[in-house]
Design a protein around this ligand. Structure first.
Ligand SMILES: CCCCC/C=C\C/C=C\C/C=C\C/C=C\CCCC(=O)SCCNC(=O)CCNC(=O)[C@H](O)C(C)(C)COP(=O)(O)OP(=O)(O)OC[C@H]1O[C@@H](n2cnc3c(N)ncnc32)[C@H](O)[C@@H]1OP(=O)(O)O
Length: 159
């Protein structure tokens, strides 16, 4: 069998700037530096991400799915999209003041997401009752929705 060459070239810089009315959001200062799976290589070939809050104080992310997130040829792996939704929607709950872990994440994949394209993740904290915080979100570009999710977050008990 022919051996596949691994492409080690680093992709060129991408524009992750936000929209009018968005302000940069410093995720590590809120939750520490542990969010490395999605955010850990800002110049690498996996994901590149930048966080914002919009004018309604909801968390937004601009994210680039690099070649190392590939699933179907030329497109993002579903698990790569789910990981992004796990991180962004969990972080949205933290940003709203809830100390949580994600208990349940329900993802619908709506359209194939082409690699090396900057897309937006929108989030909205829709309810908080007792220990349960529900966050909805989606990965989109304009009118096109690539994936949408409902995320049940559970506040962690004081140790
Ligand atoms: C323990 C680690 C702590 C880590 C956090 C510490 C510090 C964090 C600092 C910074 C955080 C950094 C980043 C945060 C931002 C994003 C993170 C990315 C998101 C993740 O990547 S995070 C990892 C993946 N995540 C897990 O690894 C969770 C594993 N899991 C558990 O840790 C437990 O499973 C837990 C805590 C979820 C519940 O356990 P528990 O014993 O505390 O509570 P209990 O089971 O009683 O549930 C209470 C009520 O929630 C309902 N409920 C629970 N689970 C449900 C489910 N799945 N579906 C429907 N309802 C559910 C029950 O039905 C009950 O409802 P009711 O009260 O009405 O009966």
């Amino acid at each position: 069998m022919e051996k596949q060459e691994k492409n080690t070239e680093v992709c060129p810089p991408v524009d992750l700037s936000g929209e009018a009315g968005w302000t940069p959001f410093d995720a590590p200062s809120l939750v520490g530096a542990s969010l490395r799976f999605v955010s850990g290589e800002p110049d690498g070939n996996r994901y590149r991400v930048r966080y914002y809050k919009d004018d309604a104080e909801q968390l937004r992310a601009r994210i680039w799915f690099g070649p190392e997130t590939e699933g179907p040829p030329g497109h993002a792996h579903g698990g790569a999209m789910a990981a992004v939704l796990d991180e962004v929607l969990g972080l949205a709950a933290w940003a709203a003041g809830h100390s949580i872990v994600v208990g349940n994440l329900n993802v619908s994949f709506r359209n194939l997401l082409p690699l090396e394209q900057v897309v937006t993740v929108e989030s909205e904290v829709v309810s908080a009752q007792g220990r349960k915080v529900m966050v909805h979100g989606r990965i989109c570009l304009g009118e096109t929705v690539f994936a949408e999710a409902e995320c049940l977050c559970i506040t962690i008990r004081d140790k």
